[in-house]
Design a protein around this ligand. Sequence first.
Ligand SMILES: [Zn+2]
Length: 525
Amino acid sequence: MSPLSKVALATSCMLAMSAGTAPAASTITLVNGDGPGVGFNDSTAVAPVLNNPGTTLGQQRFNAFEAAMSFWEEKIDSNFDIQVRASWVAKFCSSGSATLASARPRTVHRDFAGAPRANTFYVSALASSYTETDVNGSTVDITTTFNSQLDSDPNCLGGRGYDYRINPPNPSSLTVASTVQHELGHGLGFLTLANRSTGELFNGRDDQFSAFLEDAPTGRSWSNMSNAQRAASAVSNGDLVWNGPRVTAQSNFLSSGTNAGKAELFAPTAIQGGSSVSHFSDKLIPNELMEPRSSVPQENWMTLKAMYDMGWRGNPCLTSDLPDDQWVMFSLECVPPVDENTVADILGDDIAGTYEDTWIVYEYSPTAARDYIKLKLTDKMQVAKGYWIGQIGGAATVLDVPDDSSRTPSPLACGSRLKCFEIPLRTAAGSTAYSFLGNPYRRDIPLNDMQVRTDSGSCINGCTLFEANANGVVFPQMYIFNGFTERYDLLEGGDILPARMGAWAATVAGAEGLNPRLWLSRSSL
Ligand SMILES: [Zn+2]
């Protein structure tokens, strides 16, 4: 199993690897709104936690913000800095409930050059992205305040305190980075500017969010309602839905929380403070980032699609760097549209030069003469498969998938509420058999969360990789390729299979007839 020797590109000198980090599509800047010794400046010593090496409370807070801002920077495009002024203040908290944070855009704008929709107010960050100027000058775009009581008051939620881990495999409802992500979502436009009690539109005009609100039974848009009708819709409890093409096209992603095929907004029978209307319904399954209460596990797919409906430009799927003159085991993390799923569609627009001259893609085929098949530009690519890709264009380039790509679906429900993705594993009579698979999701998957299922034997109801190994089904490791060292890296135990990464998995001799499949669950993400 030595793909390099079998699919050698013409090689030139090796360049240092750019480590697969996604390029920022916008820049979000934190403006520290705290005074000396408090909030971000709190020097209380704390122990580092997962992915957050800060050793003071203030530094950990700052790091959590940075992580959340990076998320949005990657998903939305803007040539103008988005400024967020954040501070930590005492807010409501009791033993059983708390206000975690709040945020709002500072200014809104309408009928600017290139506005997606006339006569409609847009938050400044979105307006700036269209006008190519900073529409509100030196004014920050978003202000947000976080509840300092959680870290200082032992009676606040039983003294649990905020969770400062970043991207933990098992996030809690008090994970600060997730809360920041949510609050920035409001600041970037996920909120109505209308008066929810009276139904009056802001200055008598639509806003970027309200323009997509609809009453499901009548199909009437908020834009075409009287104030009284809007006020009634705001408390219509399940009838208020999002009528935007990108969200609606993905509504089958939800197993709960839709009405007439559209995602529901939060509209309980009595207005709830800042929560009503400006959130997805708390009935959505999987839970979404922009629900009124922090819930785990949590997705952000519908939120991103709503952002793009409102006019944000960007790509919901991650992008990755393809280094120059290195082989990469590559995997698609989103499903390209059926009319844009060929090698040329997906990669041809990203990589300079001529196919088969300066770049090339292979897939694994155990029956091919040299174990690999060189793809044609017209060949279709699929999620959950691994591909070898290499380019010698002279510089690293960025790979992405078409903008209309979909969240990886669950072709097989795998019997779990949050569904999963099933990848068949090859077997061979009397010998080890390799499968070249790919991570089908946008996030890293811990090997410890993977399951193996078989048609018979001990893993009918699922085994971990280790259990499946003990039961004679698979090896408990995977291999990924390190283009810098030109060697395989072994994944095992607590390791992760990174997003956008292809990997080798292998069944053991004797697994033939068991029909082993790898189950990668969304719930583990
Ligand atoms: Zn909120």
